[in-house]
Design a protein around this ligand. Structure first.
Ligand SMILES: [Zn+2]
Length: 339
């Protein structure tokens, strides 16, 4: 069952609690599964052969695991999890002046502040250190789990609305833009996106790269909110939202407003394909970071971690998937639609 529905059923006789829960749950009850699964899968295919064979052997795990960090957040109610997925960057001051490590940011701000404003960039840094260590020690399960998790948070960092205070347009009367941007639009048009981002490169300064990405994402959040405001301003409600028989705005199963397909198309054009661009940025950053962790670990031979039979049994499928991926396409899985 969806986390939000479950919570609201439990609390149906406690109105104030219910309201608070709904308020909280509404912001976090979706997972952008489409984006996360596509990013993780595409990143595997872009790796150099020395890494790709091993990662491809576990392609389904890496794809499925891409949404687990969100599941930890709202299904298991993991207290520390939420703050890892976002940063209200405006509350931290100048991004370029932020420290790069978790220890430094924890020395500067107390735990309450960090839980409220998010720790996403420093969590990415933390996972990167752990993944490098796992590669060094050739710990197969840890490599797979950490690489998949890292990809999730790198993707969040490249989703502009995860990096700003006005993350659901709630401050500017644009509520619903978060799921519109991260779920409805990619679900509508994602089959036409190009998921081939080329070969990864080694990142010299990981901390700098993370803060640079944050800065780009945060600037894009302004743009995407402003563009939506401009577009919707002089438009009738029924052109923007799907309206049900009773005259109300239609909602999906997560209680999020549903936009019209025409409006989604128009908006995508107005932001010049920013959704696809950010998905591509996430794929390429994920592959760069996996590759860099492996290089920094001394390029260990990971192919020996799997039995040869497994690699052999996957070889033909890999060839076919690479053929498709060269044309920018992914196959062999189905994301659970939220819209
Ligand atoms: Zn997330």
């Amino acid at each position: 069952m969806n986390a939000k529905i479950e919570i609201s059923m439990k609390n149906q006789f406690h109105k104030p609690v219910l309201l608070l829960t709904l308020l909280f749950a509404q912001l976090f009850s979706y997972s952008a599964a489409f984006i996360h699964e596509h990013v993780n899968r595409a990143a595997v295919l872009s790796l150099p052969m020395s890494l790709k064979t091993f990662f491809y052997n576990h392609l389904d795990f890496i794809t499925e695991e891409s949404t687990i960090p969100d599941v930890r957040k709202y299904m298991f109610n993991d207290k520390g999890e939420s703050a890892r997925h976002f940063i209200d960057a405006e509350n931290f001051g100048t991004i370029e002046l932020l420290p790069g490590s978790m220890a430094e940011i924890q020395a500067k701000y107390d735990e309450v502040f960090l839980q409220k404003n998010g720790i996403l960039p420093w969590y990415v840094q933390d996972l990167m250190t752990k993944l490098t260590k796992a590669f060094k020690e050739k710990r197969k399960t840890e490599i797979l789990l950490l690489a998949s998790d890292l990809a999730h948070y790198i993707t969040d960092l490249n989703l502009p609305l995860h990096t700003c205070i006005n993350y659901d347009g709630q401050l500017t009367d644009q509520k619903g833009i978060h799921s519109f941007w991260e779920a409805q639009i990619p679900e509508l048009f994602g089959m036409n996106y190009n998921y081939n981002t080329g070969e990864p490169r080694q990142i010299e300064d990981v901390q700098k790269e993370i803060l640079h990405t944050l800065s780009v994402s945060n600037r894009l959040s302004d743009t995407l909110l402003l563009k939506e405001k401009e577009l919707s301003q002089n438009m009738f409600r029924d052109r923007i939202f799907q309206i049900d028989a009773g005259g109300l705005i239609r909602k999906n199963k997560f209680n999020q407003v549903v936009h019209t397909v025409d409006y989604a198309r128009l908006y995508s054009a107005n932001i010049h394909g920013m959704v696809e661009k950010q998905i591509r940025a996430a794929i390429s950053m994920t592959a760069n970071f996996w590759y860099t962790a492996w290089v920094d670990a001394g390029m260990p031979d990971v192919n020996g971690l799997d039995p040869q039979e497994l690699t052999k049994s996957k070889a033909e499928q890999l060839k076919q998937d690479l053929q498709l991926w060269k044309a920018g396409k992914l196959s062999g899985f189905q994301s659970e639609n939220e819209f």
